[in-house]
Ligand binder design. Sequence first.
Ligand SMILES: C[S@@+](CC[C@H](N)C(=O)[O-])C[C@H]1O[C@@H](n2cnc3c(N)ncnc32)[C@H](O)[C@@H]1O
Length: 265
Amino acid sequence: MVEALINKQRVANSFSRAAGTYDSVAELQRDIGTQLLTLLPQSSPQSMLDLGCGTGFFTPALKQNFSDATLFNLDLAFGMLQFARENRPAEKTHWLCADAEALPLATKSIDLVFSSLAIQWCENLPHLFSEIERILKPGGRFIFSTLGPQTLCELRIAWKEADSYVHVNEFMPDSDIRNAISDGLMLTHLEEELRILKYAQLKGLTDELKRLGAHNMNAGQQVGLTGRERLRRFKSAYEHQRLDDGTLPATYQVYYAVVEKPLGN
Ligand SMILES: C[S@@+](CC[C@H](N)C(=O)[O-])C[C@H]1O[C@@H](n2cnc3c(N)ncnc32)[C@H](O)[C@@H]1O
């Protein structure tokens, strides 16, 4: 299964609203993106794209690594892009409000695509990869991090105890990522990491998700108020997962990958 029903307007609105608070709670996201930077190629690209650039946190690092390259910062959420443009301005940088699955970029125009924790919000991964294949120059690379299905499993388990609605995003396994990669691209690196964040109180986690803008965007979620009884059941089920050290865990399953477009394609 490589297609998830994602409400993109909801994704855009949620991240736009979170633009001003995102950086204050995005420690894990910064760590993951920083680790992804270690997979940057040695050779200098002329053009690079930060796909789902968010607040533009990685703009300075990308510019520092490749000062001569033209950078395209792209995001679905206009609010994120506006924040990034104001707070992380950079020379030879263009700002694009667009969908990763329909890129407003010319065929064979980009040498390097960097994308940290954005493609998990895409609806159709084969579309995404065929767009990446189209815009990459032969010899170009797509390096990305994304989330796997174990991500926020504790939250999913707790909500399952409370009701039958989808409250937590469904993230795709690496087999779906592999299957989605188009024939003209080659997966050259894929590693997985489990990170477990710990919280004293459940509110710490739920507030953080809100400030990140990372609410549930899958179809099938409940519209309207969450009833008091369901909420009580949810909290109690999460509490049952408290660890011996007294904290509440939140698991993130992270994939780091490199995909290359071979020369001659
Ligand atoms: C978790 S944030 C990551 C931001 C940044 N890359 C970072 O690591 O701090 C995910 C970003 O992806 C963007 N995004 C989600 N779906 C997208 C899509 N289909 N096309 C482009 N951007 C998208 C969101 O608006 C959000 O800014």
